[in-house]
Design a protein around this ligand. Sequence first.
Ligand code: IMP
Ligand code: MG
Length: 176
Amino acid sequence: MTIKIETIFSSQQIQDRIAEIADEIAEKSYSKDILLIGLLNGCYMFVADLARALYKTSISLTIDFMKVSSYGNKTTSSGEVCLEKDIRQPIRDKCVLIVDDIIDTGNSLTAVLQTFETHHPKSIQTCVLLDKPDRREVQIQPDYIGFQIPNEFVVGYGLDYAEQYRELPYIGILKI
Ligand code: IMP
Ligand code: MG
C-alpha cells in the first residue's frame, strides 16, 4: 500500500493565516483576558503557534487542555463523543476560547460547548484551523476559521491518521 500526502497548506501559509486569526481574536474579543482551551491531541501545534501570535496582541492568555474523542483509527466519525481529560479550572465568568484543529461533523465541538454552557462562562468563542463544511451533521459555525477545505482526509500540523503524521509542519491530503 502506498500512501502519499499532497500538500494543501505550506508551513508559511499556516503561519500567515494564524497571525491574521490572532489579530481578529484580539479585535473581537469581549475581554483582554482569555481562557484558551485546546482540544487534544490534534490542536497542539495550532495552540502553540496561535498562543505565540496572540502574545503579539493585547490579549493575555490562560491555557488549558481537554480531550474528547470520537475517532479511533478510522477516517470517519462515530458520532459518539467521550470525555477523556477535563480542564483543571472553573470557567465561571471567564471569556473562553475553545481551539480545535478541525471541525468535521461538528459533534465534538458541539458536545464541548454543551458541557461548558452549563458552567456559566462570561462568553464562549470557538476557533478551528480547518473547516470541512460539507461533512457537518450538527449546525455549528465556529467564530474563527483558518481555512475551509473540501471533504478529504487531511494530516499534518497536529492532525493524524492512526497517530501518524502529526509532526509534519505542513497540511496535506492523505492519499491511500
Ligand atoms: P468532528 O467531531 O467530526 O467535528 O471531528 C472533529 C475531530 O475529528 C477533529 O478534532 C479531528 O481530531 C478529527 N478529524 C476530523 N477530520 C479529520 C481529518 O481530515 N484528519 C484528521 N483528523 C480529523
Ligand atoms: Mg481533534
